[in-house]
Each structure stands twice: as C-alpha cells, then as structure tokens.
Design a protein around this ligand. Structure first.
Ligand code: NCD
Length: 308
C-alpha cells in the first residue's frame, strides 16, 4: 500500500511498489479521462526553495489533470523561510492546509526533515546534489515504455556525475533490476561519489566502468543519459568554466551509437546535446518530460489512495 507514504529516496519503494505506480501511469496514458476527477477537492502544496521549471510545473500539471488544485511558492524569499522558519515547521503548517506536499530544497536531507512531523505525504522533488526520486520514476517509466523492460541494459551516464542528483538516484534504482551494467563517463573531477560506487555498485556486485571519453564507449550503450554540469553546486566559477563543455553530444558521435540506443536527459540542457541531435529518432528527452507528468499523476493518486 502506498497510501499515506512519503517518497524521499528512490529506494523507499520496493520494485513491486514501483511497478504499481507504473501500471497506474499506463492506465492514465491510455485513458486520461478516467483520472480527470480522482483528486477533486484535493490540494497539492509545492514548496520550492530552489529554481525549477519541469519538476514544479509537471507536479502542478499532474495535480490539475487529476482534478485537484495547487498552492505553494517557487522561491524561498517569498516564504517565511526568509524570517528564519525551519523546514519542519513550514511543512507542519502546510499540512494543515493541503493534502500532499512536493518539496525541492538546496540542502541535502531537507525533505526528509520536513516529512518528520508531517501527517500528509511528502515527496522529495530534489534535495541539493543528493537525490531526485521523481525524476527517477520519470526515467524508469520512459525506459520501460520505450525499451520494453528495465533489465539487461548497458546504461551510460555522462557529464556531471558528482553533483547530478538525478544520476545518483537513477543508479540506485536501476541497480535493483537484473543484469544492468553501468558505464560512468565523466571528467576525473566530476566522478560519481564513493557512496554510490562503493555502497551501491560494489556492494551489490554490479558491473561498472569509469571512463573519460564518450566516443570510446558510445557504441556499447543501450541508454545514454546526458547531464548538465551543475553550475550552482560549484565552489568556484573557474572550475565550472573549465569543465562545462566537457561533453557535447552531436550527430557525428550519434553515428557510432546503436540504432536502438536512446538518449535521455533530465533537462534543462545547456550545451551538452547539440540541437541537431533533437531530430534523431533516438533522442527521447522531450518524450521523457511528458512521461514525467504521467508518472507524477500516478504517484499523487497512489499516495492519496485515489487511484482506480
Ligand atoms: C534536474 C534537477 O533539478 O536535478 N532537473 C530536473 O529536475 N528535470 C537536472 C538538472 O537540473 O540538471
């Protein structure tokens, strides 16, 4: 049962529970009208202490398409945080007004703290460079719909693997499905943190390699997950400028890739995918954004216990 639960870490749900969410998403995609009123009279609060376009708007679109309504803020400066209120108190108060909360915060662990005294479900919509479980639901639903399954895949993750929270969450989640391999493509300074390589990959005997050049491995991949260099998490601008264009996926590189490889990106993109790639049928990042809305519709209905 997912009713009343929080989603803070991608591992909070078992793979069976994830499958329940995806099955609900399948039903929504097939018959959106059946779900158009399941959240009538319900309120989603979006507490966004950090900028966002897709995540916040896809949460809002999801709730509105379920018949519910939305309230919240998209800048910490416009909330009582600017008066020094703790995240725990803010969520506790919002729980008096709303039925479910989605929270994004620059500090790792903030949504978990917010959930501690909340009696309504809290969803982590991204906490600093840590985790982003609803992006992972989006990524998994996209892979499941386009590739047909979540196992036996060689997944290349490329770019800022150090600060990219979507990467950390996706590796954790995909590690639970059989026979997946990872190729981690990044400059030395932006490698995946140890807690992922040691605690997730090595502990579970999952095959992985760390490489610096995308060209050397692109022909092996079933999925190429591109990411942006996370400027806002750098300590100094010079390092960012030096590393920002480490990878640029273009048509020439795509020629070396498998015919059925798919390219994903959580977006926003900066320079890491040339616009010419958008017309390649293997470029799936805008489809992925759409799956993000469907999977959030499924998640909200499950956590509120209103799904059919
Ligand atoms: C990602 C995020 O916020 O971590 N974006 C998103 O949620 N779609 C990726 C990013 O900002 O680079």
């Amino acid at each position: 049962m997912l009713k009343g639960r929080n989603l803070i870490d991608p591992m909070d749900f078992t793979t069976e529970e994830l499958e329940e969410v995806f099955k609900t998403a399948d039903k929504i995609i097939e018959n959106p009208k059946d779900f158009a009123h399941v959240c009538d009279g319900k309120l989603l609060a979006t507490l966004f202490y950090e900028p966002s376009t897709r995540t916040r708007l896809s949460f809002e679109a999801a709730m509105l398409r379920l018949g519910g309504q939305v309230l919240g803020f998209s800048q910490a400066s416009s909330s009582s945080v600017s008066k020094g209120e703790s995240v725990m108190d803010t969520v506790r108060t919002v729980a008096c007004y709303a039925d479910i909360v989605a929270m994004r915060h620059p500090k790792e662990g903030a949504p978990k703290v917010g959930a501690m005294k909340s009696d309504i479900p809290v969803i982590n919509a991204g906490d600093g460079g840590h985790q982003h479980p609803t992006q992972t639901l989006t990524d998994l639903l996209t892979i499941r719909c386009i590739k047909g399954n979540l196992s036996n895949l060689t997944i290349g993750l490329c770019g800022d693997l150090k600060f990219g929270r979507t990467v950390h969450s996706l590796i954790k989640a995909m590690s639970r499905y059989k026979n997946n391999k990872f190729i981690l493509i990044s400059p030395n300074e932006l490698k995946v943190p140890d807690y992922i390589t040691k605690e997730v990959l090595e502990k579970n005997n999952i095959e992985y390699r760390e490489v610096e050049k995308l060209e050397d491995v692109i022909d092996e991949l079933d999925i190429l997950y591109m990411t942006r260099v996370q400027r806002e998490r750098f300590f100094n601008e010079e390092d960012y400028i030096r590393l920002k264009d480490s990878y640029i996926l273009d048509s020439e590189k795509m020629e070396k890739a498998k015919k059925d490889m798919i390219v994903l990106h959580p977006l926003p993109r900066v320079n890491e995918i040339a616009y010419e790639v958008d017309d390649d049928p293997r470029a799936c990042y805008f489809k992925q954004a759409k799956y993000g809305m469907y999977v959030r519709m499924a998640l909200i209905s499950k956590l509120l216990g209103v799904d059919k």
